[in-house]
Design a protein around this ligand. Sequence first.
Ligand code: NAD
Ligand code: LMR
Length: 339
Amino acid sequence: MAKEPMRVLVTGAAGQIGYALVPMIARGVMLGADQPVILHMLDIPPAAEALNGVKMELVDAAFPLLKGVVATTDVVEACTGVNVAVMVGGFPRKEGMERKDVMSKNVSIYKTQASALEAHAAPNCKVLVVANPANTNALILKEFAPSIPDRNVTCLTRLDHNRALGQISERLSVQVSDVKNVIIWGNHSSTQYPDVNHATVKTSTGEKPVRELVADDEWLNGEFITTVQQRGAAIIKARKFSSALSAASSACDHIRDWVLGTPEGTFVSMGVYSDGSYGVPSGLIYSFPVTCSGGEWKIVQEAGTVDPEPVAPEEGPEPDLPEVDLLCLESFDEAAEDF
Ligand code: NAD
Ligand code: LMR
């Protein structure tokens, strides 16, 4: 029997990530090849015409799974009945603006959108915040939508996770699909910590630790980390626009694994609300290694133990966890004051 369509909201849908993301959702990349979808696309009035153009293209592409399109500048219409909300829209920092100026604008945007989701989304709606600063925007949304369960509000660090997989794959000349269990700790910002201490590569003789195969600690502890931390800036320098297709694809990975589950023995990175694990203060939205099953994420408590061939403690250095970055809490307080 055909499944009932799921309603997926994309805010900022007329922007560049939105343009890459909506066809992926309509093709089943996010929720599965047997899951019909109804797309809800929200943007602001100056982008209404462009948004309508995206809707026209979705119709023209004749996606078999796409059962309807709502393209609107009305936040309540956009949020009504949605099962998944991907928050891509936000106020970009412009020349001469302070970070705090962006923050206070985002408080206003995310407060309105949080209230609309709280009042009108489907029960148990899963929220993924992509717009920067992603951890902080997710925290704002969580604060202003208290009836949405904390565990349903997440932010995107899967792009950083995928970037780390890509770097290891290139370094070792192996398929990226054979590399797994890297971890991104912290914020989607240059303060994040990409960690390979539990990462493995599938080889013809079984799974091998990345640290054993790379055998160049200087690269793993230096250039690898800075390349992943600064990849967003490198893309902007090369493209003159920030990452879009990789961000859209990673957003699909994040939701797909959350809804449909992570493969056995594999963990992924998600920005989720901290329950105090690893000494990260409760309530922060922080990127952890997680496994997902039955539509729920769970923080991996001893990173590495879900791996069929875990790295024995004596074989590799302990993860060198960074100091917890409290920037997002401070920024939230500052922005909330302004608001
Ligand atoms: P963009 O400027 O091309 O698109 C943003 C869209 O949001 C625009 O169409 C704009 O009109 C819309 N918008 C602005 N305010 C809105 C509001 N109140 N409601 C609805 N829509 C609104 O930007 P983009 O390249 O698509 O990037 C979007 C965001 O994602 C940026 O903040 C970017 O920094 C961030 N980003 C995050 C990651 C990540 O991994 N977390 C990766 C790449 C980009
Ligand atoms: C990215 O990581 O590509 C985005 O967050 C864009 C940026 O500003 O780096």
